[in-house]
Design a binder for this molecule. Structure first.
Ligand code: ASP
Length: 320
């Protein structure tokens, strides 16, 4: 599976050692491709003992269902043991500082840390203070690199390429780390990315995020001839003020319904990183339609997270 980079010269050299995975932005094309290739290889055959004897710490300061479970399954499929710490069940709740927590946990002979935090940059801070790989499982509004990798993997399985595809990303772009990671990845591989949402959730400046990225406030325009339709949730938890007049108005203008989806190509795929709010950003009939690859995204997430852990913690993978 080739992602077909738009400009192979950009970061196109063979992958260097990857000490941490903090975002897609710092990765070159070759590194991204190597992770995608490894996930594809694991689909055919997973080396069950690759991480035998390793212990992965899952440190989640923010709610997560899919991502935490997915990392846990991925680590175990490679033979690793996991230790899971969530904000509601630890001293994190009592206000223990981030670095104090990490220093304490380091004493537990940890081989890698997978971390989610409400503050952008928190995993990068931890990475500077530990001698094991740190994987960002979502930091504030910054990045969610494994989501973008699993999205790319899913697109490639259905479309065979990324270059030249018309990808509509619809919803709360402003607060979305999923959108940011996808923007870095999709633009780097030559997709035509159309961002769409209400102006308050999609500043015009996003159009200069990267080459190939455009902004529209009209859903029909974003959907017209799209190959991939990626729908995002409204991130209420990151809003301190009202960003749109009412949910009803949002639904009227931006909800991806079966009727509106007809503007996209008949073979367009529909994606959503979850959690989905049916009836708000996406119609239930769209979420369950044959065009929806939402459940497959979850399955592919395990393969991608296996590839990431193998590459960072295992460091024993021969590159395809
Ligand atoms: N699960 C994704 C994230 O953690 C998307 C979302 O929460 O809406 O960013």
């Amino acid at each position: 599976m080739e992602a077909q980079a738009a400009s192979p010269s950009e970061g196109g050299a063979s992958p260097r050692a990857l000490p941490h995975l903090l975002g897609i932005e710092p990765l070159g094309i070759a590194e991204i491709q190597a992770l995608l290739d490894t996930a594809a290889a694991f689909h055919r055959h997973a080396p069950e003992k690759l991480l035998a004897g390793c212990r992965i710490l899952l440190l989640f300061y923010e709610a997560s269902t899919r991502t935490r479970t997915s990392f846990e399954v991925a680590a175990r499929r490679l033979g690793a043991e996991t230790v899971s710490i969530t904000a509601a069940s630890s001293s994190i709740e009592k206000g223990e500082s981030l670095l104090d927590t990490v220093y304490t946990l380091r004493a537990m002979a940890i081989d890698g840390i997978v971390m989610r935090h409400a503050d952008s940059g928190a995993p990068a801070l931890v990475a500077r203070h530990v001698d094991v790989p740190v994987v960002n499982a979502g930091d504030g509004m910054h990045e969610h690199p494994t989501q973008a990798l699993l999205d790319a993997f899913t697109i490639l399985r259905h479309k065979g390429r990324i270059a030249g595809l018309k990808v509509a990303i619809i919803g709360d772009i402003l607060h979305s780390r999923v959108a940011r990671s996808n923007l870095w990845l999709l633009s780097r591989f030559g997709a035509d990315v159309r961002l769409c949402g209400p102006p308050s959730l999609l500043p015009r400046a996003f159009a200069s995020f990267a080459p190939g990225v455009s902004v529209t406030y009209r859903l029909e325009e974003a959907l017209e001839g799209a190959d991939v339709v990626m729908v995002l949730r409204i991130q209420m938890e990151r809003m301190r003020e009202a960003f749109f007049p009412s949910e009803a108005e949002y639904v009227q203008l931006y909800s991806v319904t079966a009727d509106r989806l007809r503007q996209a190509r008949p073979d367009a795929i529909v994606m959503h990183p979850g959690p989905m709010i049916r009836g708000v950003e996406i119609g239930a009939e769209v979420a369950d339609s044959p065009q929806s690859v939402i459940r497959e995204q979850v399955e592919n997430g395990v393969l991608i997270r296996m590839a990431v852990l193998a590459r960072l913690v295992g460091g024993r993978i021969a590159w395809p």
